[in-house]
Write a protein that binds this ligand. Structure first.
Ligand SMILES: Cc1cc2nc3c(=O)[nH]c(=O)nc-3n(C[C@H](O)[C@H](O)[C@H](O)COP(=O)(O)OP(=O)(O)OC[C@H]3O[C@@H](n4cnc5c(N)ncnc54)[C@H](O)[C@@H]3O)c2cc1C
Length: 437
């Protein structure tokens, strides 16, 4: 087993830093079990790093950090059942390409593919599509190493309650070693980007979200402009990735936006003008490719983010209130607001638990003051019974969160049974999980 020399760790956005005693890279279940047993005997604590793409303190720990980068890959593919057993550390990009070579695909994905499968599912990572659940709903079976160092397999038919808890558990129940995913035959998507008026979109929102398999939009604050993104299954041949497309994605969208963002960081009062310039330059176009190659986009400009899940029926009203608040407070923000839709599920701590949902995400360029803006938006999200994305910034603690989740008590009961000594807890998780923790 390798141990990294680095004595410090930081997440993607730089919002979390820690100085662990050790960062270990096990490459087998047996090695994971032996770390767990040793740390339990030492009464120490363990947190697992996925790819560090959560914005919150979920991973931070000054004792033992485990990375599963050396434990990646697809172990078994059942083409008849469209299922695959995947090692927990496997990055989504590798997973997508391996599945494609076997004629299979994930039914939906978020907008990047650098996360590990266990990291993504542990926080309820989602894409968009009102008939499609979060990535966690794709799990048919989870294998955990518990605080006793034992291997526990759970599914709809085996340890069902633990399964419903473990599908979104932020690493609080144990170390996920494998997931069996329910997949679909590989498919191609036609991706259409259009510039649309925000009010026109809100007036026709039901049509947009039900007439497209995947619909989302980016709204540029201080403007009435959105970029609408519509993805639908197609039999058309993939479009060749042109030099022009690369130039557009990497240079124009990421490069120019980085320069404009730096300008806003140095002169925050320019944010409104920059939002208007960005809205004016919204890119439109079409792309066709296999699904896993379409969902993900490069994210070279770093930011902080808050994202909330609201019942889908409140989408229009909440967005209108956000607009009023941004205009009234003249918030210095140029990053677009992202709006997506997700089907409800039955996972105990899934923000989409028992409700079809709209997810609304607000962003601020790294290095710019975000708290005033995020606080104002969170007040609106709370009013509509909003549940925060577990991997993104929010201010909620256990006493409030316990009121938002009907199965909160059951989840905590299972957590106490599986990890009575808090081997898998850190200070941040304690605030989320333990009332007055
Ligand atoms: C640029 C960017 C784009 C994003 N896009 C989306 C999006 O489109 N949709 C969306 O919903 N979210 C999105 N996110 C959020 C991101 O998907 C989640 O925060 C996700 O959890 C990150 O995965 P990760 O592998 O980096 O996990 P980490 O952030 O490293 O870890 C997340 C949690 O999982 C736990 N964990 C990881 N591996 C294991 C394991 N093997 N066993 C037990 N626990 C484990 C960690 O301890 C932690 O609690 C985005 C984030 C960024 C920075």
């Amino acid at each position: 087993m390798s141990q990294t020399k680095s004595s410090s760790w930081s997440n993607w956005s730089g919002s979390v830093q820690c100085n662990p005693k050790e960062i270990l890279e096990p490459s087998s279940v047996e090695e994971i079990q032996s770390i767990v047993k040793r740390c339990a005997a030492e009464k120490s604590t363990i947190r697992v790093i996925g790819s560090g793409h959560s914005f919150t303190g979920l991973v931070g720990n000054n004792k033992t950090l485990i990375s599963l980068d050396a434990y990646q890959g697809v172990e078994n593919v059942d083409k008849e059942k469209s299922q695959a057993v995947v090692r927990a550390g496997t990055k989504l990009k590798l997973l997508g390409e391996t599945l494609l070579s076997n004629g299979l695909a994930q039914v939906n994905l978020g907008d990047i593919d650098v996360q590990s499968i266990a990291g993504a599912t542990s926080t309820g990572t989602h894409g968009t599509g009102i008939t499609l659940g979060s990535v966690s709903t794709q799990i048919a079976e989870i294998t955990l190493v518990t605080a006793k160092g034992e291997v526990l397999v759970c599914s709809e038919t085996q340890n069902k309650e633990t399964f419903k808890a473990a599908q979104v558990a932020m690493g609080a129940l144990g170390i996920v070693t494998k997931v069996k995913l329910q997949l679909v035959p590989a498919y191609k998507l036609k991706y259409v980007k259009e510039k649309v008026n925000l009010d026109d979109c809100l007036n026709n929102l039901d049509k947009y979200k039900t007439q497209n398999r995947n619909f989302e939009f980016y709204w540029f604050p201080h403007t009435n402009t959105i970029q609408a993104k519509m993805l639908n299954i197609t039999d058309e041949a993939p479009m060749k990735s042109s030099v022009m497309k690369y130039f557009n994605d990497m240079v124009l969208e990421n490069g120019a936006f980085k320069v404009l963002s730096e300008l806003c960081r140095m002169f925050p009062s320019m944010s409104k003008s920059v939002a208007k310039i960005s809205a004016g330059a919204v890119s439109t176009g079409v792309d066709i490719n296999y699904s896993n190659r379409i969902y993900a986009t490069p994210r070279l400009v770093k930011f902080q983010e808050m994202e909330y899940n609201l019942p889908a029926e409140h989408a229009v009203q909440a967005i209108k209130e956000m607009r009023e608040s941004i205009n009234a407070n003249n918030f210095k923000v140029h990053f677009p607001i992202e709006v997506r839709f997700v089907k409800g599920d039955d996972i105990y701590l899934s923000p989409a638990y028992q409700r079809d949902s709209v997810y609304i995400a607000v962003h601020m360029y790294k290095g710019m003051e975000y708290k005033t803006y995020f606080d104002a938006m969170e007040t609106i999200f709370k009013k509509y019974n909003g549940r925060p994305h577990w991997g993104k910034m929010h201010t909620r603690t256990a006493s409030e969160l316990s009121q938002l989740y009907p199965m909160w008590g059951k989840f905590q009961e299972i957590r106490h049974q599986l990890d009575p000594e808090g081997l898998f807890m850190n200070d941040y998780l304690r605030k989320l999980m333990v009332v007055n923790g």
